[in-house]
Write a protein that binds this ligand. Structure first.
Ligand code: BT5
Length: 264
């Protein structure tokens, strides 16, 4: 189990992580954080669990958090602190934080637009951002991040539809989950003031996976095939079609996969 004592002694970082709530088991840290945010828990509230029984991915998909081996965390963000141009940028914020920490441990990580972190083409982390509006006004955003840390966190192939890995396997040694969590909170807090600004978009762009490669983007209106060019202002993905036409795909109910991976 993660040490609450160590976490409390080292938080907040960059204004995030106080209060912190650490659970042995929850349905989903995002669900717990949403309930707390509705009860007016402040900006920066951090919810962490050792295990999730109903961890959520996007569009009703599942996220598996196996006990003692992963990180599952959710941070409450409130709009009085600039939150950029919507959920897409907050999603990238979570992914950039993971990339920074993994890079700091010596492995190269990239962002599979819009919300996954990959190392050597395998998924090591996922980000789920959810917002709540009251009368058209943003009330709060929950930034949920799940990271596979130790080997036991990597689900069986039968449970996932994209190859997975964990931090330990990629950095070649056992990492410390508390250090990783503190580093993540620090990175999120450090980038938060720059959401939507050039340095942030540049960082996102620099770590984009599949640049120059053909990908398939699935959206409710159908599939688009194109070569990844980069991130556009606002956080949409720029793709080049077969005839050289360039189009932007907005963040939303989309999934991306390289054309040479046939899984869903
Ligand atoms: C995501 O969705 O990747 C977002 C995951 C967000 C998880 C965090 S944990 C803290 C917070 N609380 C929550 O309840 N959620 C957030 P998506 O891109 O839709 O990917 C989901 C897909 O990833 C699944 O359909 C599986 O194929 C795969 N998957 C599930 N668990 C995985 C794991 N531990 N490692 C790698 N892949 C996994």
């Amino acid at each position: 189990m993660l040490s609450l004592k160590r976490l409390e002694a080292n938080l907040p970082r960059q204004g995030l992580g106080k209060p912190i709530y650490l659970y042995e088991k929850v349905t989903s840290t995002n669900d717990v954080a949403i309930e707390m945010a509705k009860k007016l828990s402040p900006h920066g509230t951090l919810v962490v669990a050792d295990r999730q029984t109903e961890g959520r991915g996007r569009a009703g998909r599942k996220w598996l958090t196996l006990p003692g081996s992963a990180l599952a965390l959710s941070i409450i963000l409130r709009p009085e602190y600039s939150l950029g141009n919507g959920l897409g940028e907050v999603t990238a914020l979570g992914a950039i934080a993971v990339v920074e920490q993994i890079t700091g441990l010596g492995a190269e990580a990239s962002i599979k637009w819009p919300n996954d972190v990959l190392v050597r083409g395998r998924k090591v982390a996922g980000v789920l951002v959810e917002g709540s509006w009251v009368g058209g006004e943003l009330d709060f955003i929950i930034l949920g991040i799940g990271v596979n840390v130790h080997q036991a966190s990597v689900p069986d192939d039968s449970q996932i539809d994209f190859p997975a890995t964990c931090v330990d396997a990629e950095v070649g040694r056992e990492s410390d989950r508390v250090d990783l969590l503190l580093g993540l909170v620090d990175s999120v807090g450090r980038w938060l003031p720059y959401l939507g600004e050039d340095p942030f978009l540049l960082k996102w762009d620099q770590h984009l996976a599949f640049r120059g490669q053909e990908v398939i983007v699935e959206q409710p209106s159908g599939e688009i095939v194109g070569k990844v060019l980069g991130i556009a202002a606002g956080g949409s993905l720029r793709l080049e079609g077969k005839n050289g036409e360039v189009r932007s795909v907005d963040f939303g109910a989309v999934r991306l996969r390289p054309v040479d991976i046939h899984s869903k």
